[in-house]
Design a binder for this molecule. Structure first.
Ligand SMILES: NC(=O)c1ccc[n+]([C@@H]2O[C@H](COP(=O)([O-])OP(=O)(O)OC[C@H]3O[C@@H](n4cnc5c(N)ncnc54)[C@H](O)[C@@H]3O)[C@@H](O)[C@H]2O)c1
Length: 444
């Protein structure tokens, strides 16, 4: 073990970013990163040269300097070695998250990694140990931690309106059948390159995409900061949704029509914390249904839930909550408890777009922390605790829902760490008012 826990790094006034993967998510990131004060996209890495050309056009049309190009399956190594960048922003498919992050840190760069940043306990430890040894940040880009309702919930929870938080429910419930099966010809924008996500889901069980629901709840509960994940049990339904969809959609001689998928349609995982709290996390991407992350917090004095947003707490202890606040009071709660980050940048973030604005809030915040030498809101220990559920839920499901211990990646330091604050989560020294969305978003 090297570096002590919870480090901050030397401030970087002008952050030079190298981005890996310019597919759907990388393209979206290229709408945001160049507009952040003090951030420059200095390098781009892809295996598909036309995507690099497309982003160069975007930079050019917006009057920005072209980025250095790194093209090829191993080109990320040269990019990580290049001394023209400070940060590697990883939007590549899942199998590349850990190798690229480790390579970035080994070469002195901070690693920012799309979700889920890792899938196995061993890889989670690898990221923790590499970050500690190199003194580089390794942050998972969990944008849902910056959603308006998630940050509102954090603010409400910290102000004690719900009492002691005893239970949380989060999820990724999103009909992703077409995205998984689409060929580029079927949908040029919404498909996964070479069906990487379908192949992953075909091979795995458990919750392989848990952090959207889990991350914000962990932050509200103070996981790794006074509490920590202890153990879990995971159970899932049989697989029917993907296979039925593919059989109905594709001719019998198309490989997709006969592809066997291991992942159950609906996974439900229960996690217990050492502080005695419980968390339910669900994953369901194979059935037709409206989108939801649940975002539910239950405390000794009230409840907050989402999709749609509803909230209620006892105005006097013991009075009970039998109905949620009416629409007018819910609206005033939303205004009165709006998180400072959303007050500062919410309007702009929604204008820029990207998951209703949370993507830009996230990017503004890590950039601000790096520019000011502050610790990141989600660090490598959070990444490891949350992402370890990939392997642990799969193991639990395959063993008939056996309990699985979640490792303590902080090695005991969770007891000494301070809670993530509210007032300290701000952008006070960033000129948010000067930020403008890119004039030209997509190349012709
Ligand atoms: N946080 C969110 O809300 C959110 C939303 C969507 C996707 N994601 C995550 O973003 C990541 C990317 O997903 P996507 O939808 O953009 O997938 P995608 O398939 O559209 O894009 C991945 C890109 O990586 C490129 N690539 C593949 N191998 C490469 C290599 N060796 N070097 C460089 N580039 C390489 C591909 O050519 C492709 O353009 C995934 O981890 C996914 O889970 C996150």
């Amino acid at each position: 073990m090297g570096q002590s826990l919870f480090f901050a790094a030397k401030p970087i006034e002008r952050i030079r970013v190298g981005i890996v993967g310019l597919g759907c998510r990388g393209d979206m990131a290229m709408d945001r990163l160049p507009i952040i004060p003090g951030v420059e996209v200095a390098a781009m890495c892809e295996i598909r040269p036309h995507l690099v050309a497309r982003q160069q056009d975007k930079l050019r049309q917006n009057g920005l300097r072209p980025a250095r190009e790194f093209v090829g399956p191993e080109a990320y190594r040269a990019m990580c070695e290049w001394d023209g960048i400070d940060v590697v922003y990883n939007c590549a498919p899942w199998g590349l998250h850990v190798p690229v992050a480790v390579c970035a840190m080994e070469n002195g760069k901070h690693a920012l990694v799309e979700v889920p940043a890792a899938f196995t306990v061993e890889d989670c430890w690898r990221l923790v140990e590499t970050a500690e040894r190199t003194g580089r940040h390794c942050m998972q880009l969990e944008n849902c931690c910056y959603g308006e309702i998630e940050l509102l919930a954090l603010n409400i929870a910290r102000k004690g309106m719900l009492g002691r938080i005893v239970h949380g429910e989060g999820a990724y419930l999103h009909d992703l059948r077409s995205y998984n099966y689409n060929s580029p010809e079927e949908d040029a924008s919404w498909h996964y390159r070479d069906y990487w996500r379908l192949h992953w889901n075909a091979a795995h069980k458990g919750n392989q995409y848990c952090t959207h629901g889990l991350g914000p709840i962990c932050q509200c509960m103070g996981v790794n900061r006074g509490d920590r994940l202890d153990y879990l049990v995971s159970l899932e339904s049989a697989q029917s949704g993907f296979e039925e969809y593919a059989k109905a959609k594709y001719p019998a001689d198309d490989w997709r029509a006969s592809e066997k998928v291991a992942m159950g349609d609906m996974n439900t995982t229960l996690v217990r914390t050492v502080g005695g709290r419980s968390i339910m996390i669900q994953h369901g991407i194979a059935t037709p249904r409206p989108y939801s992350r649940l975002n539910t917090l239950i405390g000794t004095r009230g409840i907050l839930t989402d999709y749609p947003f509803r909230v209620g707490w006892e105005d006097e202890p013991g009075k009970g909550v039998h109905t949620y606040f009416d629409d007018a009071r819910a609206a005033s709660v939303r205004e009165d408890f709006m998180h400072p980050l959303w007050r500062q940048a919410g309007k702009l973030a929604q204008e820029v777009g990207g998951h209703d604005g949370m993507d830009l809030i996230m990017d503004l915040r890590w950039a601000y922390c790096l520019q000011n030498g502050l610790p990141l809101d989600q660090d490598v220990y959070d990444l490891a605790a949350w992402c370890s559920l990939g392997e642990l839920t799969e193991k639990s499901v395959r063993e008939g829902s056996t309990p699985q211990k979640v490792p303590d990646f902080t090695r005991g330091a969770w007891e000494r760490r301070e809670l993530l604050g509210i007032e300290s989560l701000d952008l006070a020294r960033m000129d948010v008012a000067a930020i403008r969305p890119l004039a030209a978003k997509h190349a012709p």
